[in-house]
Design a protein around this ligand. Structure first.
Ligand SMILES: Cc1cc2nc3c(=O)[nH]c(=O)nc-3n(C[C@H](O)[C@H](O)[C@H](O)COP(=O)(O)OP(=O)(O)OC[C@H]3O[C@@H](n4cnc5c(N)ncnc54)[C@H](O)[C@@H]3O)c2cc1C
Length: 376
């Protein structure tokens, strides 16, 4: 099949797009990438990485970088709102994965690792550029770029995130991203010696957790249901402290130290998603990553799903006889897994909001992680 697909355009050089550039170059496909951001990079927030995502990073060939530059470990510690340990969840990986079961990384670090591998793979990227128009025929796609230049490709990948321009071009009637009613706070800070692994504080008004991102640092996340989609950045410290009022132990320490934090280390973001009916392609244009299946972050698997998309696409390109067959097989392997992530995350959001018993919440996480640790 790689004979038929020789040249691919990837629109959007985030986690999914860069992963696809790496896997496609590996099977000898010529890749052009573009990204609309002239200051290409990633926001300074943290990402929690699950075992299945670590396995995907391993298959992508970047696990050693992850071990060197981020955090990898085992297990999830569950605590009550006062920071007292309740139980530890295992994060086992199947025998086919040589990776640990849990991890965390700062987004700019992951961006840097992937960008290095993309460069080494020989995939050129043009920045400050988007697509203006896509015109398909039986043999390829004619692309008009936003600077007026043109190109012709065998297939085009829309990896341009939740507000995807490519999706708008090929599926003008697709559902638009909508506010889920949940917002996420993230705070980057030094890791206290007591935090040895990913830690959740359950049973309170919010879902709060710590996720180590290196030997010395971690980020705190706090998920809340709120009609508010904007908070004045100058008030981030006091607003976050207010939300931590009923928490004790190590979270009380964080609350008390908030005044000393740099504003740039606090991030508040409303969560917007949509559910795109299958298939996630039209003709020779396929959507991957958040442009097809964005999720709220409860299962910490959004980035991993984009990396898996890239792995599966390259495998199927190596197997099938036509673009239609490749994309159909891609959907067969990707749809249920991605929906499991999206739906379990929304379910967790509902349980958190209802202050459901800790057991009910951990059951959803354990069930989803078990299925996600099956072969991709
Ligand atoms: C608050 C929050 C917390 C999260 N926490 C986690 C977590 O802990 N673990 C986890 O695994 N996932 C998490 N996620 C999900 C994760 O961030 C996403 O699933 C992942 O970043 C999606 O990657 P992507 O490459 O598909 O899209 P993006 O990362 O959005 O990348 C899209 C790229 O396309 C470019 N682009 C956009 N528009 C255009 C255009 N018109 N033309 C060209 N280029 C364009 C952008 O500049 C960008 O580089 C979280 C998400 C949110 C919102």
């Amino acid at each position: 099949m790689t004979q038929t697909v020789k040249k691919v355009l990837i629109v959007g050089a985030g986690t999914a797009g860069m992963s696809a550039a790496i896997t496609l170059r590996r099977i000898g496909v010529e890749v052009d990438m573009i990204d609309i951001n002239p200051n290409w990079g990633a926001l300074g927030a943290g990402l929690t990485i699950t075992g299945p995502t670590l396995r995907a990073l391993h298959q992508l060939g970047v696990y050693a970088d992850m071990e060197d530059e981020a955090y990898v470990g085992e297990g999830i510690q569950v605590c009550n709102t006062q920071g007292e340990p309740l139980r530890t969840l295992d994060t086992p990986m199947p025998a086919d994965s040589p990776t640990k079961g849990s991890g965390g990384i700062m987004r700019p670090t992951l961006h840097g690792i992937l960008a290095r591998h993309v460069k080494a793979a020989g995939a050129p990227i043009r920045l400050g550029l988007s697509v203006e128009a896509l015109e398909q025929d039986d043999a390829g796609v004619n692309v008009t770029f936003s600077d007026g230049s043109q190109g012709r490709y065998d297939i085009v990948l829309g990896a341009d995130g939740v507000f995807s321009r490519v999706r708008g071009l090929i599926m003008p009637d697709a559902p638009k991203p909508e506010y889920t009613g949940q917002s996420c706070w993230r705070l980057f800070l030094e890791r206290p010696a007591s935090i040895k692994r990913r830690t959740y504080f359950l049973g309170g008004p919010y879902k709060v957790g710590f996720s180590p991102v290196s030997a010395t640092h971690m980020y705190m996340f706090l998920l809340e249901r709120t009609p508010q989609v904007f908070i004045e950045p100058a008030n981030f410290h006091s607003e976050l402290a207010k939300r931590l009022e009923s928490y004790g132990g190590v979270l009380a320490d964080v609350r008390d130290s908030l005044g000393e934090q740099d504003n740039a280390d606090i991030n508040f973001r409303p969560l917007e998603i949509f559910s795109l009916p299958a298939p996630w392609y039209r003709g020779r244009v396929l959507l991957i990553g958040d442009s097809a299946h964005p999720t709220t972050p409860q299962l910490a698997s959004g980035a991993g799903m984009g990396i898996e998309d890239a792995l599966v696409l390259a495998e199927e390109l190596g197997r099938a006889d036509s673009v239609e067959q490749v994309f159909a097989r891609f959907m067969e392997r990707r749809e249920a897994r991605c929906r499991l992530v999206t739906e379990s995350s929304m379910e967790l959001g509902r349980l958190e909001q209802a202050r459901a018993p800790v057991e009910a919440q951990t059951k959803v996480v354990e069930h989803a992680l078990l299925i996600l640790s099956e072969p991709i």
